[in-house]
Write a protein that binds this ligand. Sequence first.
Ligand SMILES: [Zn+2]
Length: 63
Amino acid sequence: MPKCIACGEDVTVYDMGATKKLINRGAEEYLCIPCLAKKFKVEESLIYQKIEEWREQGCMLFP
Ligand SMILES: [Zn+2]
């Protein structure tokens, strides 16, 4: 698995999907959700909520 480029933690498929949605569809470097939350100055829970929405829309990035 790839690692978060900010903190070095392993990233999950959800972290990768969220990075692609929030930063760049073609991203090949990923941020974990806590680091994404910091970057965008939002609560982590907001990102998890967005992931749920994307999943419900049938987004292929979130199995
Ligand atoms: Zn991180």
